[in-house]
Design a protein around this ligand. Structure first.
Ligand code: ADP
Ligand code: TRP
Length: 323
């Protein structure tokens, strides 16, 4: 029997290369070896996107990105979180066995609260909905970027706590799959690349957008000919798009300063454009076929619902609300 993989991305904006290398690429690379469930976390996005047409457009855009980048809808179960009501039902159960002080220790909550005291209940509860997303499918692995590590730990704690309270092994503990070299892809300013920091290279940007973004990657103020740091943001981004031997050769030239910043930025944008052009064509053509995308998601929802509703039933029996 194949092991199971599950992950999701929330439709809060267009995907960027951090999402691709940190998460999506793992789904694609592992789709043949695992029974894979990949979804669109639209209820998570509702904390950020509160507009009907934006929600619809962004959800379809994530689905189109999944398929354009190489997830095969025949192999992978692709679905929308909101289509499976077991997610929100299990979430309700989890809210009763989780304490407020425990959730208040979550980094994402603390960050959100530091920015704005008026955070939504949905933002506070975010990790419990995510625990439900995961635990309904009993996946062995959950591929994510480093920023999601604590959320997976909360899912593990919640599984153990539920089993302990109700004295039954209903849920299994998932492991995060975080690839060291891409666990936090840096953005244009050197911080983590994120839709919310305005520092992204969009995965499906036009050539011009990609070129402009690459030219604005932060660098030291070294003059051409001085030594550069191959651990800096610019070289880290270049490394994502070249093979190992190219990387070694470029690293030498970069370190000695023979490859200057301007040339390195041009190299980065040409590598990204070369990589993204065929995927962008597929993505653009998929966006013209919303009925096809919707049918893939409907199909996926049927398969996901089967697994999720069985697990929910086990949980409801364990807590004593159903026989
Ligand atoms: P964002 O921070 O841009 O809003 P999401 O929270 O929607 O991105 O992330 C979707 C997936 O992509 C998650 O698994 C997340 O960990 C991963 N991810 C996001 N940004 C990065 C990054 N800069 N480096 C590595 N992985 C990332
Ligand atoms: N919280 C994740 C993010 O911000 C998205 C997500 C929701 C998710 N549910 C999940 C990821 C379940 C993995 C598993 O990126």
């Amino acid at each position: 029997m194949k092991k199971r993989l599950l992950s999701g991305i929330k439709p809060t904006g267009e995907l960027h290369i951090g999402n691709y290398f940190g998460a999506l690429k793992q789904f694609i690379d592992l789709q043949n070896d695992y029974e894979a469930f990949v979804f669109i976390a639209d209820y998570h996005a509702l904390n950020f996107i509160q507009n009907k047409s934006e929600m619809q457009t962004l959800s379809r855009s994530i689905a189109a990105s999944y398929i354009a980048c190489g997830l095969d809808p025949e192999k992978v179960v692709l679905f929308k979180q909101s289509d499976i009501s077991a997610h929100t039902e299990l979430f309700t159960i989890f809210t009763s066995i989780t304490t407020m002080p425990y959730l208040m220790r979550a980094h994402a909550f603390k960050d959100a609260e530091a920015k704005n005291k008026d955070i939504s209940v949905g933002t506070f509860n975010y990790p419990l909905l995510m625990a439900s997303d995961i635990l309904l499918y009993s996946p062995q692995v959950v591929p994510v970027g480093q920023d999601q590590k604590q959320h997976i730990e909360i899912a593990r704690d919640t599984a153990l706590k539920f089993n302990r309270i109700f004295n039954e092994e209903v849920f299994t503990s998932p492991e995060p799959l975080i690839i060291e070299s891409v666990k936090t892809v840096p953005g244009l300013d050197g911080q983590k690349m994120s839709k919310s920091y305005n520092n992204v290279i969009p995965l499906f940007g036009t050539d011009e957008v990609i070129e402009r973004a690459c030219m604005s990657v932060v660098t030291n103020s070294n003059a051409k000919g001085t030594r550069n740091d191959p651990g800096d943001t610019l070289f880290t981004l270049i490394s994502l798009f070249v093979n190992e031997s190219e990387k070694v050769a470029l690293k030498d030239r970069y370190e000695t300063g023979e490859l200057g910043y301007k040339e390195a930025k041009e190299l980065l944008s040409s590598k990204i454009i070369e990589f993204i052009t065929p995927l962008r064509e597929k993505y653009t053509s998929l966006l013209q076929k919303p009925d096809y995308i919707d049918s893939v998601l409907e199909n996926g929802a049927k398969k996901a619902n089967k697994i999720a509703s069985e697990k929910l039933l086990q949980a409801k029996v364990a807590i004593g609300v159903t026989n």
